[in-house]
Design a protein around this ligand. Structure first.
Ligand code: ADP
Length: 239
């Protein structure tokens, strides 16, 4: 088993609001699965619990048989789960390579030597920023910031990547680049959980989708069928 995420009965409350109410689904090894739903349906809260940024009130998150539910974010990263963030949040005063290196250090014990440099360069090459590690992050274009954010997530060498609206804000030609990068990761056998509003990207990348509304899963299965399901259409129209 490699890169399998299994979420069972996951719950999270914020005061009187139940943001996630008994969510269950699995990401199979090497699968790119879409987590969809209108704004406020609980998708980011699920991602935050998987990455350890938030602690679940109930339920379990297992990754390749390991219980992640009560682990801290750095321990979860060590088990092979990495994420990008909805907002691009690099450290602007550091270089591209330094930003990626920080994520690498987060996922493991300290390794600041030649091995780390080579890994950072490999990840930058992969995302299309080869040879540009010395540039200041503040000077990067939007697509290059997105590339760097992906390189940061890849620096911990994850088996499961959580992409939280990573493609948002890209123009059509940039979107194709972004989709191709995710396809490339898929080709390498990485599991991906994709929170995404851009249906073109969902159709291009996800054979299966899970749709949430008001904290619950309202549909899941093969993407084309799920996107046509009446309860999914009405959940979106009600948004
Ligand atoms: P989505 O990602 O689907 O847009 P979220 O997971 O961000 O949805 O939010 C689900 C619900 O939980 C929303 O009603 C949101 O306002 C609420 N929520 C999210 N985070 C917090 C928080 N830290 N404190 C209080 N309420 C929150």
């Amino acid at each position: 088993m490699n890169g399998r995420l299994e979420i069972t009965g996951l719950k999270k409350r914020f005061g009187g609001l139940t943001a996630v109410n008994g969510v269950s689904f699995a990401v199979e090894p090497g699968e790119v699965i879409g987590l969809l739903g209108p704004n406020g349906s609980g998708k980011t809260t699920v991602m935050n619990m998987v990455s350890g940024a938030l602690r679940a009130d109930a339920g379990s998150i297992r990754f390749d048989g390991v219980e992640l539910t009560r682990l801290k974010p750095n321990k979860i990263a060590k088990h092979g789960v990495a994420r990008t963030f909805q907002l691009v949040r690099p450290l602007p005063t550091l270089s591209v390579a330094e930003n990626v290196l920080l994520s690498f250090a987060f996922g493991r014990k300290r390794h600041w030597g030649r091995e780390a440099q080579m890994l950072v360069e490999e990840k930058l090459e992969f995302v299309g920023l080869g040879g540009r590690g010395g540039e200041e992050v503040g000077n990067l274009t939007y697509i290059d910031q997105k590339r760097m954010e992906l390189a940061r997530a890849l620096a911990s060498e994850p088996k499961l990547l959580l992409l939280d609206e990573w493609l948002a804000g890209l123009n059509p030609s940039e979107l194709r680049i972004g989709i191709d990068l995710v396809r490339h990761l898929q080709g390498l056998g990485m599991s991906v959980l994709l929170v995404e509003h851009i249906m073109e990207a969902v159709r291009a990348l996800c054979s299966r989708c899970v749709v949430m509304s008001a904290g619950e899963v309202i549909a899941s299965g093969e993407s084309e069928a799920v996107l046509k399901a009446p309860q999914v259409i009405s959940a979106y129209l009600g948004d």
